[in-house]
Ligand binder design. Sequence first.
Ligand code: GTP
Ligand code: MG
Length: 553
Amino acid sequence: QRPVLRLLSCPGTVAEGLRRDEPLSGSAETGSEEKTPEKKFFEVQNERRDQAQRTVLIHCPNKISEKKFLKYLSQYGPINNHFFYESFGLYAVVEFCQKESISSLQNGTHTPSAGMEAAIPFRSRFFNLKFKNPSHQASEPAAIQFSNQLPPSSRKLFDLLCCAKSVDDQLNTLLKEFEVTEENTKLRYLTCSLIEDIAAAYFPDCTVRPFGSSVNTFGKLGCDLDMFLDLGETGKPSTDKTLGNFLMEFQMKSVPSERIATQKILSVIGECLDHFGPGCVGVQKILNARCPLVRFSHQPSGFQCDLTTNNRIALKSSELLYIYGSLDSRVRALVFSIRSWARAHSLTSSIPGAWITNFSLTMMVIFFLQRRSPPILPTLDLLKTLADAEDKCMIEGNNCTFVRDLNRIHPSGNTETLELLLKEFFEYFGNFAFNKYSLNIRQGKEQNKPDSSPLYIQNPFETSLNISKNVSQSQLQKFVDLARESAWILQQEDQGPQSPSNHQPWGLAALLLPSRVSTKSLAKKKSKKAASERVKNLLESIKKNRTENLTST
Ligand code: GTP
Ligand code: MG
């Protein structure tokens, strides 16, 4: 029984060795002498992009024989690798060895017969596999291994943390459980590549690249997918004087400002995703934001996507964080734990507001690690001095130059344990003079605050901006109170693991529990609520008395 692959709409060598979960070379912990050269950020991006372009996404029937599935698909060309995952159904990600296999597969597929609905013809690399005769599909017992795309439950994390051997082991366990996996990374690049196919209907030479935590080494399973629509050089008027007299009027249309151009581009792409994007649902155009974006859910991958354009500096920030995250294995372990701690205490939120963002928290950890003695991370100024001519980068008048070759940065001689760093992080920021100083990762030192924002973290590239401008005084105070409490908990505790019979949370697990600070503030809120209820009742009764008095008069 030959299955039928259905085209859901739009066109279209795994570089192994890109895994970021291997121990990092030259780290203080491994002290390894055999260094595997680290790949540059753009090399990783290009290889992953190439992989994604040779990959298809297939919605499969629930019961399927993996062997038959692969045999059937390999008639279109050799397969490099594949994996299955579950998200509102069973999906397969299949990477062919050659790009040509994709068109051969597309040519061999049926377009769904419209039935009651009308179809919009648009060739994609997202297919639906349907058996002509359903009784044949489960002829072999299904023993498919699913790749997990979600983080562990709090319960599982707690159990794992309580069973760890030390606080250092706890931080590394949390990292291992939460970091994006090889498969999840592939799915992220594939999703960008599928969106690129759609955007290419308007801008044939565009590229859609992931940025933010999907690529900066700080990505957690389940985090959003930030996408950058790159229109490349065709989007910019040419200044080359050696060119002829013709201006490509047909290719350009002028609008009053860069921001309006961005809004118009995102507006049409948003429409396009909404109308023609297979699996793209809940498309919202948020064009009046400081950084205009299109937000949507890519249902088959389960990713919440934020698509922006003209946002090249954010791409550069991702590259900088990639460098910091790859330099020393302690960086990511610490950032993941601090982010989880902040999330557990509602210091961060998925809703935009006056809270600290994950991006700001990461900057705080980087700043803290620059302040250790000897420093664990170099300053951005030092990374700039290590840059060569090829690393030179100016974006909209901002100097974004830094060394991109990780192998040219010396590993730190600092050997402090994660346990000590965690404790010291809380102590450092529990006592930091936020009212006076700003954090500056360019120079790796605090500076007088240029304005009265409660928390001031200088934007590393647009140096007159504050990346934590949104943070309110009360949110900062909550962060300080919790940091002090956590430092205190870590000092009080005997940090050794508990005996198996004693299931008391210890170390990092104790820090992720509801805090006394927040319980206190909750109690305060409750008593405030009770007080306001009393005031309300009192006012009501006064009003009632008054009305009664007036009526009687
Ligand atoms: P997650 O919370 O895991 O999504 O972390 P993230 O780093 O991806 O953060 P987010 O999705 O909020 O933003 C994506 C990227 O945009 C970040 O990595 C930064 O490069 C950039 N970015 C976010 N917020 C700011 C900001 O306030 N200022 C600047 N300059 N860049 C920002
Ligand atoms: Mg993000």
